[in-house]
Design a protein around this ligand. Structure first.
Ligand code: ADP
Ligand code: SR1
Ligand code: MG
Length: 408
């Protein structure tokens, strides 16, 4: 079928020809509602009129960037990578990924389970909801996805197949290279220029060559390091959650990149949320919960990753018997320590890009009071700078927490 952008009416017509969808809804009448709040695509909820709790999600990519409009062309092939990544991640850990009912690369479209009992995690965190299982869940997700798509588990040819499947996701990788590592740290038309103009903090950032040189180091890692299949945009807006379950959605930025990038994205977003609770709600109990959560996420990730590794002795990287046991244990410890260090550097870039770059986060860009927003921005930049400058020297999760706490 040739690509066609669907609307609320044509969507229902399209779905009526798909056997699996027909069997899900039976003979019910369907209604479509646009619910997308992301930057890139159209997301519809399709529900049964007779039985409204029966619902599915349809997500379709359009050949431009939705939040800007048709004047910003962006290949709809991004949905091909999202479909491939959803399938790959589902095969590794199905309980974290919505069920897929139908996919079409031609139509750049996916039909998936409606997560009606879950909320976007960013919103929940802003409302001060504590998710007690989150650190357990997300550390399992990150350690499994990274380990099982890396050369620490796969054999050489399997790893190269994954690279071939994902590393042509050129446009979205370029978007990250530009938006996360470059434009947000210089004068650029895509920035939040109403805030940049006459803002001494923005000028200070743009002139901070020590910071920018370190950012280049991290950008180079992003562009050249092919460690594992990444989600590529693992912020709290890509997580749907409730007390018992955690789902990861929206992997359209997936590619084979550095181990630390997804962990860094998550860390950055938890810290941004902490800043919101320092500056806006002043809820100390929730701030403490976030700090404990950050510590648990990082430490559990480390332990689980090492645990997976201990279960698999042969891989593209390691041949059994190559190292003696003592050397192997030391090698692995150092390896994972370096992943954590790298993730701190990426977290710094990710935090700083949200201050003046396009697509800010609600916790900071959404603060209406000008003075409070400036305070939050300053705090974010202070933490981000320390993360980026010192990431290779940070040796423990407690040091991360000290940097965060001391910035308030
Ligand atoms: P984009 O790629 O445009 O960022 P997302 O995949 O992030 O789109 O989806 C946009 C929004 O649609 C999400 O923030 C969420 O509110 C809603 N959404 C997406 N997938 C689901 C789902 N499976 N169940 C319920 N809501 C969803
Ligand atoms: C213009 S697209 C901006 C951002 O939205 C996505 O969620 C990614 O984070 C991207 O950088
Ligand atoms: Mg998206």
């Amino acid at each position: 079928m040739d690509y066609k952008k669907l609307d609320k009416t044509t969507l229902i017509e399209y779905l009526s020809n798909i056997a699996k969808i027909k069997s899900y809804f039976g003979s019910d009448d369907l209604i479509a509602q646009e619910i997308g709040d992301g930057n890139l695509n159209y997301v519809y909820k399709i529900s049964s009129v007779q039985n409204p709790q029966k619902a599915l999600i349809v997500k379709q990519a359009v050949p431009y960037l939705r939040c800007v409009g048709e004047e910003f062309p962006l290949g709809r092939e991004r949905m091909t990578y999202e479909i491939r990544a959803l399938q790959k991640f589902y095969n590794i850990l199905p309980s974290f990924i919505p069920n897929l009912y139908h996919t079409s690369e031609d139509m750049s479209l996916v039909v998936m389970e409606y997560l009606g009992n879950h909320v976007i995690m960013r919103k929940g965190l802003m409302d001060g909801v504590k998710y007690k299982n989150f650190s357990e869940h997300i550390s399992t997700y990150m350690s499994a996805m990274l380990f099982y798509t890396s050369s620490l588990y796969l054999c050489s040819s399997e790893k190269r197949v994954i690279i071939a499947q994902f590393n042509s996701n050129m446009e979205l990788c370029k978007l990250t290279e530009d938006l996360v590592f470059s434009f947000a740290f210089m004068e650029h038309e895509t920035n939040d220029n109403a805030n940049v103009k006459n803002n001494p903090e923005a000028q200070k950032l743009f002139a901070d060559m020590e910071f920018k040189e370190k950012v280049l180091e991290l950008k180079y890692r992003f562009m050249t390091q092919g460690d594992a299949l990444l989600h590529g945009d693992l912020h709290t807006g890509s997580i749907m959650i409730n007390e018992n379950e955690t789902y990861v959605i929206d992997p359209e930025f997936a590619f084979v990149g550095p181990f630390g990038f997804d962990i860094g994205a998550l860390l950055a977003n938890l810290v941004n949320n902490y800043i919101y609770h320092v500056v806006v709600t002043k809820d100390e109990d929730f701030q403490n919960w976030l700090l404990v959560t950050i510590k648990e996420v990082m430490e559990k990730f480390r332990d689980k990753f090492l645990n997976f590794w201990s279960e698999h002795k042969e891989s593209a990287l390691l041949v059994e018997g190559y190292l003696d046991n003592e050397t192997l244990v030391r090698y692995k410890e150092k390896f994972v320590k370096n992943i954590i260090k790298e993730s701190i550097g990426f977290a710094g870039c990710k935090m700083a890009r949200r201050v003046y770059g396009v697509a800010g986060v609600e916790e900071i860009r959404g603060i209406e009071d000008k003075n409070l927003r400036a305070e939050a921005e300053k705090m974010a930049l202070k933490i981000a700078r320390e993360f980026v400058i010192n990431y290779e020297k940070i040796n423990s999760v407690d040091e991360i927490l000290e940097i965060v706490k001391n910035a308030g």
